[in-house]
Design a protein around this ligand. Structure first.
Ligand SMILES: Nc1ncnc2c1ncn2[C@@H]1O[C@H](COP(=O)(O)OP(=O)(O)O)[C@@H](O)[C@H]1O
Ligand code: SF4
Ligand SMILES: [Mg+2]
Length: 332
């Protein structure tokens, strides 16, 4: 893996003023993304994953109160003008969302949309070259008979095929960073695996850096080099992918792992484990560890005092829990 730093996020916090008080959606998030790697960001719905992605893309709602720093190759992105942001967004960072149908234009052929994306990026090329590149992109994302498919409309494609098109469009401008935000969530398991393969293939061929955002720890298992686990707007664990699964250091990560479907589960009656309770409201975070109200290892007087600091527990592995070591003993 290249050691070159592509993106540095430091002490990023995002809040919104609401009628019931300040809604804190991201709080003091820091991480580094190296060029060419795949970073998985995992956490339940509402944990601040999309907010983090939107901050990096510069597409947060205007009412957001943002502090901290986001640097792309050393250049600060927070505070850039709309024009400057548009340039960064279009050229260097791309995002693929869950809903490809909504993102594609229903009355334009897939080919015309791809050609347009290529043209905007490379106005210097001829129309024939734009078309050739568009076909090439469709082939790269695994669309069979790409020449013929160019003339088709989005509704003539399956969900998986549309998501492939979206990935093709997002890499038309050869971004340095590709953010896939729940890009496989709406798809069935088989198609999901195919789309993850496409992302891996794209990365192998283009060398782009990938941020893979998902609520499903299973999705990052075979794809990510490193994983950030987010809970209630904060990073609770960060590690290379293997220690996340085999040397879990945070009770929340352990809860996510326990709720993964497993092939060796004995019978269908064995219900999937679910972490009990709900994350706290963004306007009413508890003092101390925000996972405490749901954590079976929580101890009054220790877990509810201050937000636990990230502690290094292994090589490149940190966790924000005051009972590391103790909780694993209890869980045995
Ligand atoms: N415009 C907004 N104003 C206030 N709060 C918001 C707004 N949009 C989202 N939120 C809140 O921000 C939190 C984080 O949301 P999000 O980043 O979308 O989570 P995730 O992508 O991890 O599911 C959630 O609690 C959500 O309710
Ligand atoms: S700090 Fe306490 S409440 Fe939070 S995860 Fe660790 S043991 Fe659980
Ligand atoms: Mg989201």
């Amino acid at each position: 893996m290249s050691a070159e730093v592509l993106l540095e996020v430091e002490h990023l916090s995002i809040a919104f003023p609401t009628e019931t008080g300040l809604a804190r959606t991201v709080e003091d998030v820091s991480f580094v993304l190296h060029a060419g790697e795949t970073l998985g960001i995992v956490g339940e719905s509402g944990s601040g994953k999309s907010m983090t992605a939107m901050a990096i893309m510069g597409i947060l709602p205007k009412s957001a109160i943002v502090t901290g720093s986001i640097r792309l190759r050393g250049r600060e992105l927070l505070g850039l003008s709309d024009d400057e942001l548009r340039e960064v967004r279009g050229r260097r960072i791309a995002i693929v969302f869950q809903d490809a149908l909504a993102a594609l234009n229903p009355v334009m052929t897939v080919g015309d949309q791809l050609v347009e994306a290529v043209r905007v990026h490379r106005p210097d090329l001829s129309a024939a070259e734009h078309r050739a590149r568009a076909v090439e992109l469709l082939a790269l994302v695994g669309i069979p008979s790409p020449e013929q498919r160019m003339a088709r409309y989005p509704h003539e494609f399956s969900g998986g095929m549309r998501q492939r098109v979206m990935i093709g469009m997002s890499i038309a401008n050869e971004p340095e960073l590709l953010i896939a935000d729940e890009a496989t969530t709406a798809l069935d398991v088989t198609v999901q695996a195919q789309i993850l393969d496409v992302l891996r293939e794209v990365q192998a061929r283009t060398g782009t850096t990938v941020m893979l955002i998902t609520h499903d720890l299973g999705v990052v298992a075979g794809s990510a080099d490193r994983v950030l686990v987010m809970y209630s707007g904060g990073v609770v664990e960060s590690a290379p992918v293997e220690p996340i699964f085999y040397d879990t250091a945070h009770p929340y990560t352990a809860g996510l792992l326990a709720s993964l479907p497993r092939l060796d589960r004995r019978s269908r009656d064995e219900r999937l484990f679910q972490i009990p309770g709900q994350p706290p409201l963004p306007t009413a975070w508890p003092a101390g560890c925000r996972f405490a109200p749901r954590c079976r290892h929580a101890i009054a007087g220790r877990c509810d005092v201050a937000v636990p600091a990230a502690v290094e527990v292994g090589a490149g592995h940190t966790a924000a829990c005051v009972r590391i070591g103790e909780w694993q003993e209890e869980a045995r």
